[in-house]
Ligand binder design. Structure first.
Ligand code: NAD
Length: 965
């Protein structure tokens, strides 16, 4: 390879020098790449410089020379304009290193010259994340257009760049790399079969055209979550194109199950006696896969040690070569060792050079690729084509890859490591493989991984079985007695109201009185149990919920119309509360010593309050009551649980699960009843000591008022723990990543049909991105599937009841008068379906921008700048959740300081708080600030107490409570 140095590392050029700084300092490297990432979306010169300053001048790691330069530019009046142009041009020239052109026509020249130099190529069309059918269609058209444009050009070229390509093992000189997820916006392994069929509608057109013009197609491998789905799509489309010999798929050697997948593919092609190609890569999403899977609590699918990936790559190369009768291997790497290994293996097995090809990325490893070509090997260059904004994710990935410590390209060209080191066999540093978490600490229940077939099957199975339980009668439960009453609440399936989920007995004041008596009786016994013992009951409840998980998910789907993922989220949160509060009580249960004086002992500990009332809503029918009940009982109180009348069967199921944990009689009573009768009675009763309530603002404030009155016989001041509604806003500024903003708003707005207290119902867009954002969001909302939540592909189900349909409908009518409808989608079905509505040009003070609608209605407002956006967001009685999509450090800081919301989220959706990670609860009229799932939640259920003892007896001090260890 001689002394050839890629431009990126050429220290004589400015680009090489900046990269040198970046490789010396990790913080600067990330700031630099983050700035490069945001740059293309900055529309004005002023913004380019403002954000530049934010990223670099306040950052200690920026090289002094650069910092001074930026400060000088910002002070001058004329230079900014020129400087912005220079910066854009500089980043564009970096991008040009890795991206072949902004569209296929633009890419023709560089591709042509590659071809002239003897390389074949594969074109990868860069694009935004596809969120709508319109975008999926546009993406399909782009691929078709690409084939139309390039194929005549390429067939016109006289010389075939691939050596030996006229022989039996000929392959097309042009290949396209396809991202399957860009062809169908609702692609999700959760809805496996439908996803396969739906994506094929567009994919088929591309295959047909590719076959017609003699181009090969390779399905790129994407995130692990989609892996099995992509492989299924590959096999399914191939079955339709039996006589098309040029289809391929990429496999990632960093995946632990790559070998199993490869062997499976080989079996599959062997059985069909056909040939495919496999592009073997190491994998480009290592950081994403490790971070995301850890966040979810799923096993990390990638090798943690780079050496293991390299070893796996070598083994997979061997398997590919051994099966070259069925597979045309494309060895995609820039690593000299991996390349040498492939060559050595091919030579020792007597395979000629036309049995395989090497692939290298455009702009990377040029010296190596030139050498291989000169040695007579087939080399294909993988060349991305596309605009800079969608190309940024790709570019930043390449820059990170090139400059990471483990990068072969960096070691070879920037650090000049000796050859022997570069080609030595991969080693595994076991230290890296060690686990990342301590044992024994709280961990969130991992969500169900619906990319796994057995999980999908278990939900389907439970949905089927549950039907046989419909219409059952359920009793109240007081002490150890089950009571069936004449009055019942009938619970319906909101997606199909003719289906009765169950009939639950209703309490009257008489049963409420008995429940209080039973709870009072049990309190003396229960409060004396040690915290560890009370916590053990919660751990058993959590275990039982884990065992019944699929059944509980099915129940929520039927009773409150949650989709699979939302129902799963609720069940997991219920489990988390039990696990978390159990541990919290053990922590808080140890008395602490205050002060340190001989002869004086001051003990501080917590005591339960007494008898508590838990009043819960229907929208998180397991998690919210499970949280309030478990917090109540683990702290030593006895509880009367009044579920919502709209989710009584889930309430019954939960109380049964608590019972199976063996909690003593009287600790928990299950008492469904009308809120304004039984609820009010319990709240006002002199023998109840606290109320844990979650629900609407009006009911919450009423409870606060009633509880504030002291009645005859009452011996404690009632404590109210109240979590109420929200009118939550998301701010999107001009630096936001639009892909993330659109998907984040979509999920926050329409997750559970907008019936989450944390849901987004207001969006405030700053500056010029308004139209782009609205257009993409509209497309996304138009593309989601609305239907019965039993069906796995449903994104949006019904709202809870007829009352909700009417109330939401009235707000939509108001919206027509108060603003401009940006989208009104119809929803049909027998159940309580109502289509989403989006309004623009709404005054911030108008009722649809102020009142909690609790349904799929969104208002989008405009703001000049971040200050105004925060003012609009704060113009609300509520302050529950809020979000910001921005890549401006200054704007993010402003939001942190000024955006009034109990839970503020930056660059992510605003729903789905995790216990122990995002303690949940609002300020303003959204709640009393108790923060469910946080470290001080249990304190609200207890009274602190201090005992001080003089331990001096006859001048002799002995420590009684805190004996020396
Ligand atoms: P809701 O206020 O109508 O009912 C909540 C509970 O209060 C039910 O069990 C109901 O029977 C009971 N209730 C009604 N009137 C009562 C009275 N006079 N005295 C005592 N109890 C009475 O709320 P909902 O429709 O079930 O739930 C939706 C509301 O809950 C929304 O406003 C939502 O924002 C809020 N919510 C808040 C959070 C949060 O954590 N902040 C979480 C979920 C839901």
């Amino acid at each position: 390879m001689g002394r050839e140095v890629p431009l990126l590392f050429n220290k004589k050029k400015w680009m090489g020098r900046v990269m040198e700084w970046a490789m010396k300092d990790e913080t600067f490297r990330f700031q630099l790449f983050r700035y490069i990432d945001v740059l293309p979306s900055l529309r004005s010169d002023a913004l380019v410089l403002k954000v530049l300053k934010e990223y670099f001048t306040e950052e200690a790691h920026t090289p002094v020379m650069l910092k001074k330069g930026i400060e000088r530019i910002s002070r001058s009046t004329f230079i900014p304009y020129i400087a912005a142009k220079v910066i854009r041009a500089a980043v564009e020239s970096i991008a040009r290193q890795f991206i072949a052109g902004k569209d296929p026509a633009d890419a023709l020249k560089p591709l042509n010259s590659l071809l002239e130099s003897g390389f074949a190529f594969s074109v990868d069309l860069l694009g935004e994340v596809v969120v709508s059918d319109v975008e999926a269609l546009a993406s399909t058209k782009n691929y078709l257009g690409l084939l139309d444009l390039l194929s005549p050009e390429i067939t016109g070229w006289a010389r075939d760049p691939l050596p030996e390509n006229d022989k039996k093992r000929s392959v097309p000189r042009l290949d396209i790399s396809l991202k399957v997820t860009s062809l169908y916006s609702q692609m999700d392994p959760l809805d496996f079969e439908v996803s396969v069929e739906s994506v094929k509608e567009n994919l088929r057109q591309i295959f047909r055209k590719a076959q017609e013009v003699g181009v090969s197609v390779c399905l790129d491998m994407e995130h692990y979550y989609f892996k099995d789905l992509i492989l299924a799509v590959f096999k399914s489309i191939l079955d339709e194109f039996e006589d098309y010999p040029f289809a391929g798929v990429a496999l990632q050697a960093y995946l632990k199950d790559a070998k199993e997948d490869l062997l499976g593919l080989i079996e599959w092609v062997k059985a069909r006696r056909r040939r495919i190609s496999v592009r073997l890569v190491k994998g480009a999403y290592w950081d994403y896969e490790t971070a995301l899977n850890r966040q979810k609590g799923w096993p990390v699918p990638v090798f943690l040690d780079k050496g293991e990936t390299d070893l796996n790559f070598e083994e997979l190369t061997r398997i590919l070569f051994e099966n070259s009768e069925f597979i045309y291997p494309a060895i995609a790497t820039h690593n000299l060792r991996s390349v040498s290994n492939a060559i050595a293996f091919a030579e020792s097995s007597g395979l000629s050079k036309d049995f395989f090809e090497f692939q290298m990325l455009y702009g990377m490893g040029e010296p190596l690729r030139n050498t291989l070509k000169d040695m007579g090997y087939r080399v294909r260059v993988y060349g991305p084509v596309g605009e800079l904004i969608p190309g940024m994710a790709y570019l930043v990935r390449r820059l990170l890859e090139n400059t990471s410590n483990e990068s072969f390209v960096r070691q070879c060209f920037a650090e000049g490591k000796p050859l022997e080191e570069l080609i030595k066999a991969p080693e595994i540093e076991r230290a890296v493989v060690a686990g990342h978490r301590e044992e024994g600490i709280f961990r969130n229940q991992p969500p169900m991984d619906f990319s796994q077939a057995e999980n999908r099957e278990s939900i389907k199975d439970s949905l089927g079985k549950m039907k046989s339980d419909f219409s059952r009668r359920y009793p109240l439960s007081i002490g150890n007695q089950e009571i069936y009453t004449d009055r019942e609440i009938v619970s319906h399936n909101p997606a199909n109201p003719r289906e009765v989920i169950g009939r639950v007995s209703l309490a009257t004041k008489k049963e409420a009185e008995r429940a209080i008596e039973e709870a009072r009786k049990a309190f003396d016994m229960w409060k004396k149990k040690v915290p560890q013992e009370r916590a053990e009951y919660l751990f058993r409840v959590a275990e039982e919920m884990r065992r019944l998980r699929s059944e509980l998910i099915a129940l929520e789907i039927y009773e409150v119309g949650k989709t699979w993922k939302d129902a799963d989220g609720d069940v997991n949160e219920a489990i988390d509360y039990c696990e978390y509060y159990g541990r919290e009580m053990i922590r808080l249960g140890t008395p602490i010593r205050l002060g340190d004086f001989p002869g004086e002992e001051n003990e501080y500990h917590y005591e339960p309050r007494g008898v508590g009332v838990v009043i819960s809503p229907w929208n998180f029918p397991l998690a919210i009551p499970a949280g309030m009940i478990s917090a109540g009982i683990v702290t030593g109180n006895c509880i009367i649980f009044k579920p919502s009348g709209l989710s009584p069967v889930a309430g019954w199921r939960l109380s049964e699960i608590f019972k199976t944990s063996g909690i003593p009689s009287g600790v928990l009573q299950f008492l469904p009843g009308p809120g304004n009768e039984v609820g009010e009675y319990l709240v006002s009763h002199p023998e109840t000591d606290f109320i844990a309530f979650t629900g609407s603002k009006d009911v919450g404030l009423d409870i606060v008022k009633r509880a504030g009155e002291t009645r005859p016989g009452q011996r404690s001041i009632k404590k109210v723990i109240a979590e109420m509604g929200g009118k939550n806003a998301i701010i999107i500024d001009e630096t936001a990543d639009m892909d993330e903003a659109v998907t984040g708003v979509l999920e926050s707005f329409l997750g559970y049909q907008g019936q989450k207290c944390s849901a987004c119902s207001r969006v405030i867009v700053i500056g010029e991105v308004f139209d782009k954002f609205c257009g993409r969001l509209r497309g996304a909302v138009e593309s989601i599937r609305i239907g019965p939540p039993e069906e796995p592909g449903t994104f949006m189900g019904p709202v809870i009841d007829e009352g909700a349909v009417k109330k939401i409908g009235r707000y939509i009518e108001r919206g027509m008068n108060e603003g401009k409808p940006l989208l009104l989608r119809k929803a049909e079905g027998e159940g309580y379906f109502i289509g989403p509505a989006i309004f623009g040009d709404v005054g911030p003070g108008s009722p649809i921008a102020q009142e909690e609608i609790f349904g799929p209605v969104l208002v989008i407002m405009r703001a000049r700048d971040m200050d105004e956006a925060i003012d609009i967001a704060n113009d609300s009685l509520y302050a529950l959740t809020g979000g910001v999509f921005s890549r401006s450090p200054a704007n993010i800081r402003k939001a942190e300081e000024g955006f009034r919301a109990g839970n503020l989220y930056i660059n992510r959706k605003i729903t789905g708080a995790f216990v122990g990670r995002q303690p949940f609860g609002g300020a303003g009229l959204s709640g009393v600030g108790s923060k469910a799932g946080g470290p001080d939640y249990l304190l609200k259920f207890m009274n602190p107490r201090s005992i001080s003892e003089n331990t001096l007896r006859r001048g002799f001090a002995y420590s009684v409570r805190f004996p020396p260890k």
